[in-house]
Design a protein around this ligand. Structure first.
Ligand SMILES: Cc1ncc(COP(=O)(O)O)c(C=O)c1O
Length: 391
C-alpha cells in the first residue's frame, strides 16, 4: 500500500536476496561458513564486566547522558596514541570521529559525497555492506578487479582517468570477501595514482590487527592522511555488539560535514559503550588479547585450508589468507556457486555465494568461506561435505 510513496533511494537498495536465503537455511544443526562473526570465545566478558562497574562508579550520571557527536575524548586520544605508536601516524584526537561501527562510516561517506550518478570506484569482488551502503545514494559503481596482490593497477588508472571517481574504496588488509592483502608495491601504486588524479582514498581496515602470519603492513593512508579517510573498528578485536568504530578525517572542512551528517543520523554513538570500551582499553593489554585471537584464527584458517586441499577437487582454487576472517574459493568457470549453495544447504552446510560481492549481479562461480566461527572439527566436516558435493 505504501510502495508508491517509497523514495527512489530506498527502492534502489533492495534487501539482499542472499541474506534472506541464508537466514532461511541457518538452523541449529547447520555448519555455517556464511556469517562474518568473530569467535565468541574472543569476547573479554569478565574484563568488560569490571569496566562497566568501574565507569558507573567513577563517572556516575555522565555515562548515561547525551554527549558530543565526535565521541568521547579519552577514547579518541587512545586511538590517536595507538596509531601514532604503531604506524607513526601524525594525527590529532580532533581528526577522529567515533562512529556506530565502521558500517555507519560507510553510510556517512555515501551521504556526504554521492549525488545520484556520481562515480565511485571499489574492488571486484567488494565488501557487500559497502555496496549496499553506497547504493542507497544511487552512485555509478565501478568495480576494479582484485588480483592476488591487490587491485589491477592498469584498470584502476583507466577508471581514474576516464571516469574521475569521487572516491576509491579499498580494504588492503585481509579483504572481505577474499582474504587478499595488497603488496607493498600495489599500496604505493594506489597511493600515487589517487594523488595524481585527485581522488579521495577511503581505506577500510577492520581486519588489519588480525595478522597471523608475516608482519602487518599498516595503512596506505598513513603516508597521506590529508587526502584520505581511514576507517577502523573495535568489532573484530573487542566486540561487535558495542557497535563502535571510528573514522580518521584530517581535512577539517570534510570532517565538519561528516560530523553534521552523523549528528543528523544519531546525535552520537552509544556513550555508555564508549566509556566502557575506553576503560577496558586503558586497564588491559590489548596486544595480549588480540594475540589470542590471532592464534585462534590461525589454527582455524589452517584447518580449513588443509581440509580444502584434501577434499576439494583440484579444479577449485582458493586464496591463502595470512590474517582476517575469510577465504575465497573459485569453482570452474561454468559452475554456479548459487547452485552449489542450494545443494549444500540441504546437507546443512552454508557459505556465501559470490553474487552479492559483485556490482553487476552476475551468477558467480566464486564463494566466501568464514573460518572464525566454527570449531576445527566442524570446519573439517563442513569442508568434507562441500568437497563431496563438488565432486
Ligand atoms: C570490510 C568491512 N567494513 C566494515 C564492516 C562493518 O563493521 P562494523 O560496523 O562492525 O565496524 C565490516 C564487517 O564485517 C567489514 O567486513
Amino acid at each position: 500500500m505504501f510502495e508508491e510513496k517509497i523514495s527512489e533511494r530506498s527502492l534502489a537498495t533492495p534487501p539482499s536476496f542472499i541474506r534472506s536465503i541464508l537466514k532461511a537455511t541457518e538452523q541449529e544443526q547447520t555448519i555455517s561458513f556464511a556469517g562474518g562473526l568473530p569467535n565468541p570465545i574472543s569476547f573479554p566478558q569478565e574484563a568488560i564486566k569490571e569496566s562497566t562497574n568501574r565507569v558507573i562508579d567513577t563517572f556516575g550520571a555522565k555515562v548515561f547522558q547525551y554527549a558530543a557527536t565526535a565521541g568521547l575524548l579519552p577514547l579518541r586520544e587512545y586511538i590517536c596514541n595507538r596509531l601514532h605508536t604503531k604506524y607513526q601516524m601524525e594525527i590529532q584526537p580532533d581528526d577522529i570521529l567515533i562512529t556506530t561501527g565502521s558500517q555507519q562510516a560507510l553510510d556517512l561517506i555515501g551521504k556526504v559525497f554521492i549525488n545520484k550518478g556520481d562515480v565511485v570506484a571499489l574492488e571486484k569482488p567488494g565488501y557487500l555492506g559497502a555496496i549496499q551502503a553506497f547504493s542507497q545514494y544511487q552512485p555509478d559503481l565501478h568495480a576494479i578487479t582484485l588480483e592476488e596482490d591487490g587491485m589491477d593497477i592498469n584498470e584502476l588508472e583507466q577508471v581514474l582517468k576516464d571516469k574521475a571517481p569521487k572516491f576509491l574504496y579499498v580494504i588492503p588488509n585481509y579483504q572481505n570477501p577474499t582474504g587478499i592483502s595488497y603488496s607493498d608495491e600495489k599500496r604505493n601504486q594506489v597511493l600515487s595514482l589517487v594523488q595524481q588524479y585527485s581522488c579521495i582514498l577511503v581505506e577500510d581496515d577492520p581486519y588489519g590487527e588480525l595478522c597471523f602470519e608475516g608482519t602487518p603492513k599498516g595503512y596506505i593512508s598513513a603516508k597521506a592522511p590529508q587526502g584520505s579517510i581511514l576507517l577502523g573498528t573495535f568489532s573484530k578485536t573487542v566486540t561487535p555488539g558495542m557497535r563502535l568504530g571510528y573514522m580518521i578525517v584530517c581535512e577539517e572542512g570534510l570532517r565538519k560535514r561528516l560530523n553534521t551528517a552523523k549528528e543528523a543520523a544519531d546525535l552520537h554513538s552509544n556513550i555508555f559503550s564508549q566509556y566502557i570500551l575506553w576503560d577496558y582499553l586503558s586497564h588491559n593489554d590489548i596486544e595480549v588479547h588480540v594475540e589470542k585471537i590471532r592464534m585462534l584464527y590461525k589454527e582455524q584458517c589452517a584447518t580449513m585450508l588443509s581440509a580444502m586441499k584434501t577434499y576439494f577437487p583440484k579444479n577449485v582454487s582458493f586464496t591463502r589468507p595470512t590474517g582476517g576472517m575469510f577465504l575465497w574459493a573459485t569453482l570452474p568457470q561454468e559452475q554456479s556457486s548459487l547452485e552449489l549453495f542450494g545443494r549444500a544447504s540441504k546437507e546443512n552446510v552454508v557459505f556465501v555465494p559470490g553474487n552479492p560481492f559483485y556490482t553487476d549481479g552476475r551468477d558467480a562461480n566464486t564463494m566466501r568461506l568464514n573460518y572464525t566461527n566454527s570449531s576445527c572439527e566442524t570446519i573439517t566436516e563442513g569442508i568434507r561435505r562441500l568437497g563431496q558435493l563438488m565432486n
